[in-house]
Ligand binder design. Structure first.
Ligand SMILES: [Zn+2]
Length: 459
């Protein structure tokens, strides 16, 4: 066999196991995974001795060039490529009537998807889109089928914020989502509980970010999850919970998983690697919603990943400038945190180095589970015949995270100053080297919009 590229001599980490061997790439696909003794003839040989060779990270929850995130596809996906992320799922927001809306209030979901695909012309990595439903306009119900046919096979809804939907409308959408066999994606926090608590803290002048977690408590997250899950079960819709931040919400999700395979959920790197003490040390920079929780929650989230109640680790990447984060009172800050560039090394260091979880476990959470959950059949695996999306990772390199190296437009990181062991060495997308030694190596536009399949969720 003659191949284009041979990645030789690394520890190959698949979702199932870790083996010493070689990976052969031909025409942008994985041609073979061989043992160390089998060496096909190759145009280019890449020495991966003492390195890990893993599938590219699939991040199903990122905000790039959206209403709340200032990264363009160029800056956001450069950060991704440097972080070993080879595909992501971004959001296309339907318009809504509010001063902070992304576009005119009458932009349909279909138009929003078209606009995002156009913007994504500059992407360095492959990307899909979740359709985000932001207003209770039944017109959207007639759009879902075409969107699913066009590869937008998941729909996001919020129970909170000015673009949150009523339970009544969520229920209608869920029935339609069930008919199309797409995935319903939920941000759950009880809006009125959070609004009242926020108002109380504002009126008593509790502007220090240490007070922020109490404005969006764990039970508010769990309450809203329970309502949405109950409706999804009735409708027979696939349910995916985003950014699960606490034990309480995880337990609710788990309670609906006992009667079938239609409930899945993620947590994010920051909930697994930071706790609420970060509001003392980093001020308003880690103000995200839901908030960072207690160290006990952090422990329980690892238990829930281990049990399978949670099966994906994402970033919820949001890019804003430090100036819009560092304000007097936490309620004036712009919410969200950027982490596409650092999620893999930070989570690797925490999960594998500090807690002793296996490397295949990390690959399942960051690569194969998100790909399977969202119908990305070519991604998140090293199976022969699939896209050659690969990260070469140095498990022994120790370094300190430094925001001045950000490719994102965000000029800070919540991991600034954190010393980690494990570094992205090279990133390949469809057989092409897209990042090496901390610099990107392809022009913007190499990445493509991916039409996703309807995921089966049978296994
Ligand atoms: Zn998000």
């Amino acid at each position: 066999m003659n191949v284009d590229t041979l990645i030789q001599g690394g520890a190959i980490v698949t979702p199932e196991r870790s083996i010493d061997g070689n990976i052969a790439i031909k025409d942008g696909k994985i041609a073979a995974v061989t043992d160390a003794d089998s060496v096909p003839r190759a145009e280019e040989v890449v020495d991966a001795a003492d390195k890990l060779v893993m599938p590219g990270v699939v991040d199903p929850h990122v905000h790039i060039d959206g209403h709340n995130s200032r990264d363009s596809y160029v800056t956001g996906t450069k950060a991704a490529a440097l972080g070993g992320v080879t595909s992501c799922i971004n959001f296309a927001w339907e318009g809504w009537n509010d001063e902070r809306r992304a576009w005119d209030g009458d932009v349909t979901l279909q138009e929003a998807v078209e606009r995002q695909i156009e913007k994504g012309d500059d992407s360095l990595i492959d990307f899909g889109l979740h359709g985000t439903i932001t207003r209770g306009d039944p017109t959207v119900l007639t759009e879902l089928e075409t969107l699913v046919e066009d590869g937008v096979t998941s729909f996001k809804m919020f129970t909170a914020y000015e673009f949150g939907l009523t339970n009544g409308f969520i229920n209608r959408v869920l029935n339609r989502v069930a008919e199309t066999e797409a995935v319903a994606v939920f941000h759950t926090e009880d809006e009125s509980v959070c609004a009242e608590l926020t108002a109380e803290l504002e009126s008593s002048g509790k502007g220090h970010p240490r007070h922020y977690p109490s404005s969006r408590p764990d039970y508010a997250e769990a309450m809203a999850a329970d309502s949405a899950l109950r409706m999804a079960r009735e409708a027979g819709a696939k349910y995916y919970g985003v950014h699960t931040s606490c034990e309480e919400a995880g337990r609710v999700l788990e309670s609906y998983q006992q009667d079938g395979s239609r409930v899945r959920a993620e947590t994010c790197t920051h909930y697994l690697t930071l706790d609420e003490s970060a509001y003392e040390t980093s001020g308003t920079l880690p103000v995200i919603a839901p908030p960072l929780r207690t160290s006990r929650d952090q422990e329980r989230l690892f238990d829930q990943l281990e049990s399978g109640a949670l099966s994906v680790v994402s970033t919820d990447h949001v890019a804003t400038k430090r100036a819009s984060k560092e304000v007097k009172n936490w309620w004036e800050t712009s919410f969200g945190a950027n982490s596409l560039q650092y999620s893999l090394p930070v989570f690797y260091d925490e999960a594998v180095n500090r807690r002793g979880f296996s490397r295949p476990f990390l690959v399942r959470l960051m690569c194969s589970n998100p790909a399977k959950t969202f119908g990305l059949s070519q991604k998140g695996t090293l199976e022969p015949g699939t896209d050659a999306d690969i990260v070469i990772f140095d498990p022994d390199a120790e370094y300190t995270i430094d925001a001045t190296r950000n490719a994102s437009i965000a000029d800070y990181t919540i991991y600034d100053g954190r010393t980690v062991t494990g570094k992205v060495d090279r990133t390949y997308l469809r057989g092409e080297l897209i990042a090496k030694d901390g610099a990107t190596t392809v022009e913007p536009g190499y990445g493509s919009f991916v039409e996703r399949d309807i995921p089966s969720w049978s296994a």
